[in-house]
Design a protein around this ligand. Structure first.
Ligand SMILES: N[C@@H](CCC(=O)N[C@@H](CS)C(=O)NCC(=O)O)C(=O)O
Length: 209
């Protein structure tokens, strides 16, 4: 059975969505944020971060995008991503990389700003620059969504769920909704999606309507 190391409100959100969409059973292990790290957890997640997925064969991996892409490969019937070889697949890979390597790190710079400067007085500047970088990234995604229902291909994929997880972490959600109407349109759709609603009830990523 799969094992998912996660915590509410974390990047485990999209992985949990993937496992639920694939309809596979999994054991969920909540990793506390506070307190000294568990050496057994550090052995599979050296940065002490979630999510981590342990595969049924015991192999573990970190990195939310890699985990999502792997689950899409392993559960083709669940259509978690556009088909291999299609242009939608190319877009899926592009956006999974963009979301995880441009936007997610910008968000981490906001919420863990002290890690990005050795100057105690520089923390506010790091936060300000982090939000500016998030805004730059979300604007790119918003433009790409113009006239499209989904980020990649013609159906919902994990890239869309990954995107709404990130936009929900924007520190000024109301501003984000106004600034990026195409992202808001996609998000509004997912806020009504049965599985996403259910996941949001436990992750509390945004206020439930
Ligand atoms: N690159 C990793 C980032 C994971 C990450 O930063 N997870 C956060 C929760 S959303 C975490 O565990 N932070 C704890 C820490 O960095 O100490 C991924 O994409 O999975």
């Amino acid at each position: 059975m799969y094992k998912l190391y996660t915590r509410p409100g974390s990047g485990g959100f999209v992985v949990e969505a993937a496992l639920a969409m694939a309809g596979v059973p999994f054991e969920q292990i909540d990793v506390p944020k506070q307190g000294s790290p568990d050496p057994a957890f550090l052995a599979i997640s050296p940065l002490n971060q979630v999510p981590v997925l342990t595969l049924p064969d015991g192999h573990s991996l970190t990195e939310s995008a890699a985990i999502c892409i792997l689950l899409a490969e392993r559960h083709l019937e669940a259509r978690l991503a556009p088909e291999t070889g299609s242009s939608g697949r190319a877009d899926f890979l592009r956006w999974m990389a963009f979301l995880s390597s441009v936007l997610y790190p910008a968000i981490l710079r906001l919420y863990y700003a002290h890690r990005y400067t050795v100057d105690g007085e520089g923390v506010q500047a790091v936060k300000k620059a982090a939000v500016a970088e998030m805004d730059r990234g979300f604007a790119v995604v918003d433009r790409a969504l113009a006239g499209r229902d989904w980020l990649a291909g013609e159906a919902l994929s994990l890239a869309d769920i990954y995107l709404v997880m990130l936009i929900a972490w924007h520190p000024e959600v109301e501003k984000a909704r106004d600034a990026w109407p195409n992202i808001e349109r996609l998000w509004a759709r997912l806020r009504r999606h049965e599985l996403i609603r259910k996941l949001n009830a436990s992750h509390e990523m945004w206020p439930q309507a």
